[in-house]
Design a protein around this ligand. Structure first.
Ligand code: SF4
Ligand code: SF4
Length: 355
């Protein structure tokens, strides 16, 4: 893979060059603590927030918006609505969020590829950006601290410059349009990058052993930990809304008496009591404890069965927004301890004592 070097002072000019090819979306500061992706045409290239670790909403909002109209009815027929979307570029997507897009891609591809998701998604290009973890990041535990696919360009921040990986033709086109700004990477660039990556690996303070969670969940079905979490959780759904891989939605038909109307899709959460309400007013998961267990089982067990890996990428958003202070890493640790207490053989062998 080609690697290039871009001076930090030239980033603005590079983004402005990209804007001539694709509508660029950048992370900007919404206030002193929060960030969001927004069009660079509105914010200006100078507003790009390189220190943004996690935006309030992840990139999924571009492909699977919080609310969209899927069809119109004219009294006798369904008329599909085609999202009108120009080619766009998401700049500054961190590895965990790139991994999140790979997961929603898989979800919206199975059985029947989702029409509107893929219309939007096929217009997207990505410039990934390396980051330095804070106390809420645990993507190293989910094995998403690096990604080798999906992005078109990926930049590692080396302070005064960015080591830039060119992965696709779309990335090549962006570089080519601004080639005077790029130089071939040097031995020093690569050395500095490796040094920075060592620091980054050491900076992960939130760690969890997640690889055998499906087994731990099987052993924890009636654990009191679920009841404890259920009594603390407000079921506000914030954690699901901000999660890059949560994809629960509701469909709602709005019609008039002549049968004209539209079908609306909206984000929802399997934490909500109404989520499993069906005809006859039956609710499959009436108890909060069952809904909570379902969400985590789906992410950490159901996804492993269906796709071979869990759907939590370790971005830390749910930890950052939960008004009840619920922390998924602590939850998993508590489930593991409870399972280990019940079944000694599940306990990992302790490391031999050293002299
Ligand atoms: S954000 Fe916290 S309180 Fe709200 S539903 Fe999620 S876990 Fe429960
Ligand atoms: S469950 Fe939490 S940490 Fe995991 S991907 Fe979703 S928001 Fe991020």
């Amino acid at each position: 893979m080609e690697t290039l070097s871009l001076k930090r002072d030239d980033l603005k000019a590079f983004l402005e060059s990209c804007e001539k090819i694709r509508r660029v979306q950048i992370p900007v500061a919404a206030d002193s603590k929060q960030y969001r992706f927004m069009p660079m045409a509105e914010a200006g290239a100078g507003a790009v927030a390189l220190d943004c670790l996690r935006t309030m909403l992840p990139p999924k909002k571009y492909f699977f918006p919080p609310e969209e109209s899927l069809y119109k009815f004219d009294g006798s027929r369904y008329l599909p609505i085609e999202p009108e979307i120009e080619p766009f570029l998401l700049f500054g997507v961190h590895p965990c969020d790139l991994a999140g897009v790979m997961i929603t891609d898989r979800f919206f591809s199975r059985n029947y590829p989702d029409r509107t998701y893929w219309i939007r998604r096929n217009q997207a290009a990505f410039i990934g950006l390396g980051c330095m973890p804070d106390s809420k990041c645990f993507c190293a535990s989910t094995h998403n601290q690096y990604v080798d696919s999906l992005y078109d360009l990926f930049m590692w921040d080396l302070g005064d410059r960015f080591l830039t990986y060119v992965r696709t033709e779309a990335g090549q086109e962006l570089v080519h349009a601004a080639e005077r700004l790029f130089a071939p990477s040097t031995e020093k660039d690569r050395h500095d990058c490796l040094e920075m990556l060592d620091k980054r690996n050491a900076a992960f303070t939130l760690k969890a052993d997640l690889d055998d969670l499906p087994q731990i969940f099987d052993l924890s079905d009636d654990s009191s930990t679920w009841r404890d979490i259920a009594s603390a959780c407000f079921t506000c759904g914030k954690c699901a809304m901000v999660c890059p891989t949560c994809t629960c939605y509701d469909l709602d038909d709005k019609t008039d008496l002549q049968g004209h109307g539209e079908r609306i899709r909206r984000w929802t959460s399997c934490f909500f009591r109404d989520f499993t309400r069906v005809a006859g007013d039956h609710i499959f998961r009436d108890k909060r404890e069952r809904r909570i267990k379902n969400r985590f089982l789906h992410k950490e067990h159901g996804y492993v069965n269906a796709f071979g890996s869990p759907s939590c990428v370790g971005c830390g958003r749910c930890l950052a927004v939960c008004p009840a202070g619920i922390n998924v890493v602590s939850l998993y640790k508590k489930l593991r301890s409870a399972a280990a207490r019940r079944c000694g053989s599940c306990q990992k062998p302790e490391a031999p004592a050293t002299a």
